[in-house]
Write a protein that binds this ligand. Structure first.
Ligand code: URA
Length: 425
């Protein structure tokens, strides 16, 4: 590998030059090995944040991060297809989606993360199921993909270590919100995982990373281009995250809502997004003749869910944890709920104990928020609008402060389009 000087690479990006493939390969590798120091990578990340990267630079950066670690081949007897969400509030979609797409005939390896900040983590939610285990070996993942068709587990430690190091650095240097850095971070992990196809749920709105549709569209295009350049069939749905998804935000409460969807009920928006993502995944997997709505209604997805949970040591029939303390938030007036802000509800759930402030914090399985009304529904003054669940009653004041400006009651709510558009490769 050609050697470079870190300061020259930083200066080049500072002065708005495009970095060459050799420079990118060197700087990512040298940073992973500790040869480029954190302060140098911080300066480079800030230069990238300010001056951007071209499509070619982003592709090279992603490839270098993939090469920093192991790549899995999760080839199965069925076509493999994965889904990634850019993160939201009440976003439990992986829970019903993975068993549904498996019940439709594909293999779904979902290497997932934990929550940080106001967005929840899939593993934290599933850990509220008694006995369920997130850490699997690669052999266990392969065996479960063959036997059940769906695995939701923690990413193995060797996958894209450059991203782990760089993400932690970006988190503390104000350089997270850069489209080329976000796109390469997400795609390096997904490509290293080795699925044949990938559907991205790119969220926009107050509860999302990307607050505007225009930014979400740019991120979706960057993600899809990287996937296609690496031979992964990739598409992205742009979906609304201005209102929490479903009624449950937290850990055990989101598992309960997901099971309701798998049993043929659950909130309409969760069902709509689950089926829309399943259709796109099945299309990329060459299974577009299977109707996921019919499979969901048949109960087969629920059977696959029970097998998936049991395969990882969990008891799908065990009662879910209940909070020791429930606080009711009343509707301030009678009328139609016109607004329920996703970000505020996400912060409230986080403060109640559903999320963590630092990576090493432990989450409360029973903590969260239940939205008893959603925008467009009628409410009555003084009747409960939100239920706050926690095991630490002292946390309620902070949650109420987050919710101070979270909802409005009026005459009619604006129409909401949940799935705005699809970006295809
Ligand atoms: N999710 C990731 O995996 N990486 C980012 O940079 C942002 C969100």
């Amino acid at each position: 590998m050609r050697q470079f000087n870190a300061v020259d690479v930083i200066r080049a990006k500072r002065d708005r030059q495009a970095l060459g493939v050799d420079q990118i390969d060197w700087v990512v590798d040298a940073y992973t090995r500790g040869v480029v120091a954190d302060e140098q990578m911080s300066a480079l990340a800030m230069a990238i944040y300010l001056n951007g990267m071209t499509g070619d630079e982003t592709a090279a950066w992603t490839a270098a991060m993939i090469r920093s670690g192991e790549t899995l081949s999760l080839a199965s007897s069925r076509p493999t297809v994965d889904k990634h969400s850019t993160g939201g509030v009440g976003d439990k979609i992986t829970l019903p989606l993975a068993p549904l797409v498996a019940a439709c005939g594909a293999a779904v390896p979902q290497l997932s993360g934990r929550g940080l900040g106001h967005t929840g983590g899939t593993l934290d939610k599933l850990e509220s199921i008694s006995g369920w285990r997130a850490a699997l070996s690669t052999d266990e993942i392969r065996a479960q993909l063959d036997s059940v068709g769906a695995v939701v587990c923690a990413a193995t430690a060797g996958l894209a270590p450059a991203d782990k190091k760089l993400y932690a650095l970006r988190d503390v240097t104000g350089t997270v919100e850069s489209i080329p850095l976000i796109a390469s971070s997400i795609m390096s992990k997904k490509i290293a995982e080795g699925a044949d196809a990938l559907v991205l749920d790119v969220k926009f709105g107050s509860g999302a990373f990307m607050k505007t549709v225009a930014d979400a569209r740019d991120l979706a295009s960057a993600l899809v281009s990287i996937g296609v350049a690496h031979g992964v069939r990739t598409s992205a749905l742009l979906t609304d995250m201005s209102v929490p998804l479903g009624r449950a935000v937290g850990n055990a409460v989101e598992v309960a809502e997901s099971v309701a969807v798998l049993c043929g009920g659950g909130p309409a928006d969760v069902v709509e997004l689950t089926v829309a993502l399943a259709r796109e995944m099945l299309s990329l997997a060459g299974l577009s003749d299977v109707d996921p709505a019919a499979v969901l209604a048949s109960g087969r997805a629920h059977e696959t869910w029970a097998r998936m949970i049991r395969a990882q040591g969990g008891d799908p029939d065990a009662p879910l944890p209940r909070p020791t303390h429930v606080h009711l938030v009343p509707a301030p007036a009678s009328g139609v709920l016109t607004r329920l802000d996703a970000y505020a509800v996400g912060v409230a759930a986080w403060r109640l104990g559903a999320g963590r402030a630092r990576k090493e914090d432990v989450v409360q399985a029973a903590a969260g928020v239940l939205c008893l009304a959603k925008p467009g529904e009628r409410v009555t003054e003084g009747e409960p609008l939100l239920e706050l669940h926690t095991d630490t009653p002292d946390a309620v004041a902070g949650a109420l402060a987050a919710l101070a400006d979270a909802f409005e009651v009026g005459d009619s709510a604006p129409e909401r389009t949940l799935v705005l558009e699809t970006v295809r490769g």
